[in-house]
Design a protein around this ligand. Structure first.
Ligand SMILES: Nc1ncnc2c1ncn2[C@@H]1O[C@H](COP(=O)(O)OP(=O)(O)O)[C@@H](O)[C@H]1O
Ligand SMILES: O=P(O)(O)OC[C@H]1O[C@](O)(COP(=O)(O)O)[C@@H](O)[C@@H]1O
Length: 374
């Protein structure tokens, strides 16, 4: 097993570490949904089967906790043939439930020697802990991470799958908001999009659509009242144009919300902070503000309420599907070559294997220079 990775660039290895008939691979998906998950599952199965002659591949049902609390599913090219046309993950997913010892017991008991873990930063941290425990027990098991985040905020790698699809689908919500807003006097369409910590989807959807007047993202603090505040900008745009569209990422303005509403400080099963509904809050504040200044001011604020779950439940688009295929095949080549403890992904255009400790140590946020605005 080779765990001494340092940004190894992927090649198709002529010498493989595992013999085809001794491979027993498993695939697990964890965290939130993202377009393209099924494509990655499909291409790991097909890659193992058609490129390396592997026939023992199982799916873990329902995320990490499925290792020790559920039955597995047998995966063959026939079983996965059409799954890329469906959204979600055929394996199911979950948050929480990462019990390292039980997971590695399950890997050991079942004789699994390749573990393909598809998920975001929490999932990759979980995979790193599994890898450490596998090493501690001296098991010859390859642990390969396939990075997933619809938000495209994984550092080091060039892009993450599902983002392209999400930006494309977000256009539909923005378009609806625009149609509604321009059809009514002083109409304001508010679209809340994903982005707990980063505003890539909101920002790219805004840049692509050209119908958005104001885009609010977590990386860029804003304020409501006074000179340079959001309310002043809204008044100006309505005066100039008679309607406007606001896109807001779910993590934007959370500091303002906790000031004005009582913070509940709740967490999900994985320990992620649960955010308050910024779309509802901002629409309410705009209405209250406008009526406070002029009671006769005709204004309609429409929330195109949170298309997040509609967006992330669709299948990957063409570009994401091609990318998912390359990612999955890259993971398969790495594991078959005997590498372990890595996340795969393109770095400066070259598909690479990145050690878990590097891939999980960084976080990425949006700066104007990243999108060429400065
Ligand atoms: N620091 C961690 N160590 C071990 N497991 C973790 C860690 N953070 C998250 N996980 C596990 O990873 C899985 C997915 O994490 P989550 O944060 O929900 O989604 P994502 O992978 O999309 O960030 C969950 O089962 C969670 O228990
Ligand atoms: O509603 P949920 O399941 O808690 O997910 C919310 C999170 O999912 C996302 O939409 C995408 O998260 P991922 O990085 O896991 O793909 C984030 O923007 C958001 O913070």
């Amino acid at each position: 097993m080779n765990s001494n990775l340092c940004f190894v660039c992927k090649t198709i290895y002529s010498q493989v570490y595992f013999k085809s008939d001794e491979v027993h691979a498993c695939i697990v998906t964890c965290g939130g949904l993202c377009p393209g998950l099924n494509t990655v599952i499909r291409e790991i199965v097909c890659g193992l089967h058609y490129m390396y002659g592997v026939s023992k591949i199982i799916g873990i049902d329902g995320g990490y906790m499925g290792f020790y609390s559920k039955n597995t599913v047998t995966l063959t090219p026939k079983v996965v043939n059409d799954i890329h046309k469906r959204g979600g993950t055929v394996l199911g997913t979950s948050r929480g439930g990462h019990d390292t010892s039980k997971i590695v017991d399950s890997i050991q008991d079942r004789g699994i020697n390749q573990v393909y873990v598809i998920g975001g930063d929490g999932t990759q941290k979980g995979a790193a802990v599994i890898y450490e425990e596998v090493r501690r027990r001296g098991l010859k098991v390859s642990v390969a991470g396939i990075p997933k985040t619809i938000d495209n905020d994984i550092p080091v790698i060039d892009r993450s799958f599902g983002f392209d699809t999400a930006v494309e689908e977000a256009q539909r919500a923005i378009n609806a908001a625009h149609v509604e807003a321009e059809s009514t006097e002083n109409g304001i369409g508010v679209v809340k999009l994903m982005g707990r910590y980063s505003g890539f989807i909101a920002m790219y959807a805004t840049l692509a659509s050209r119908d958005v007047d104001c885009c609010l993202i977590p990386e860029s603090p804003f304020f409501l009242e006074g000179k340079g505040g959001l309310f002043q900008f809204i008044r100006k745009r309505l005066k100039e144009n008679g309607h406007m569209v606001i896109v807001i990422a779910e993590g934007a303005g959370q500091d303002l919300l906790t000031e004005s509403m009582q913070s509940m400080g709740q967490q999900d099963a994985s320990g992620n902070k649960q955010l308050q509904d910024v779309g509802f809050w901002i629409s309410h504040r705009i209405k209250v503000h406008t009526f406070a200044i002029r009671a006769d001011f005709g204004l309609t604020v429409m929330i195109v309420a949170d298309p997040t779950y509609m967006i992330r439940a669709i299948p990957g688009n063409a570009s994401d599907n091609v990318y998912c295929t390359l990612l999955a095949q890259s993971a398969v080549h790495g594991a078959m070559a005997g590498y372990t403890g890595f996340t795969c992904g393109p770095v400066n255009g070259r598909h690479s294997y990145i050690p878990f400790n590097v891939s999980i140590a960084l976080s990425l946020s949006l700066s104007p220079s990243r999108i060429g605005m400065k």
